[in-house]
Design a protein around this ligand. Structure first.
Ligand code: B4P
Length: 202
């Protein structure tokens, strides 16, 4: 299995690039942000609870997220690999996911971390706020809260995977196509190593 984490701060292009990656590589896309927004739109108990955090720029509690990931992974037993977009966002979530994969005899193959300057993140999110229904993209205070959560709780997830030598940082600025090309090169080099018996096998 080829299991990829697309990582980065809010607005770094995770959702945008994920759409292109799944189309090219046929991975199963798991976006925890999209899953939560679906629950919210359906007004389920989980969605209404999650909205209290999301609308204020806070992370949804780990125990809720770990349950969601576990059921999506169980529902997809025979796929070539997962693309995790926006998950894990805390070290506790990373440990839980590693444990789940290990139980199935797999592991994370690679984490691609997109780097983007903070003023560019804010600019992109406010732009999306003008055209989308997302309340968390319309308010600069909520955007700042999301970026703060990233620095306080999420950034450490890259250090966690760096210890296992699984992280590559890619420049997340430039055109969407340029960034996709950087990502594609990285995935191609990982899959080559995987098939040639290199160190990135899972
Ligand atoms: P997400 O849905 O994951 O949203 P995000 O991080 O804000 O956006 P993303 O990074 O995917 O957006 P993109 O850059 O593609 O999370 C929303 C909320 O859900 C979180 O705040 C949290 O409350 C909750 N949540 C989700 N997962 C969780 C978890 N695991 N644990 C706890 N809570 C969780 O797009 C941004 C904009 O930039 C777009 O308009 C796009 O068009 C534009 N853009 C992209 N690439 C560009 C480029 N190269 N140049 C110019 N613009 C670009």
């Amino acid at each position: 299995m080829f299991n990829l984490i697309l990582f980065g701060p809010p607005g770094s292009g995770k959702g945008t690039q994920s759409e292109k990656i799944i189309e090219r590589f046929g991975l199963k896309h798991i976006s925890t942000g999209d899953l939560l927004r679906l629950e919210k739109a359906a007004k389920t108990e989980l969605g209404l609870e999650a909205a209290k955090y999301m609308d204020n720029g806070k992370l949804v509690p780990d125990e809720v997220m770990i349950g969601i990931i576990s059921s999506v992974m169980d529902a997809n037993p025979s796929i070539p690999g997962f693309l995790f977009d926006g998950y894990p966002r805390t070290v506790a979530q990373a440990e839980a996911m590693d444990h789940l994969l290990e139980l199935k005899g797999h592991s994370i193959t690679r984490m691609i971390a997109l780097t983007v300057r903070e003023d560019e993140l804010v600019r992109r999110l406010l732009m999306r706020g003008q055209v989308s229904e997302r309340p968390d993209d319309r308010n600069t205070e909520v955007i700042s809260a999301r970026i703060n959560e990233y620095h306080k709780k999420t950034k450490a997830v890259a250090d966690y995977y760096a210890k296992a030598d699984k992280v590559v940082y890619l420049d997340g600025e430039g055109s969407i196509e340029e960034i996709f090309e950087r990502i594609t090169k990285e995935i191609d080099s990982c899959t080559e190593k995987q098939f040639n018996g290199g160190s990135t096998k899972t």
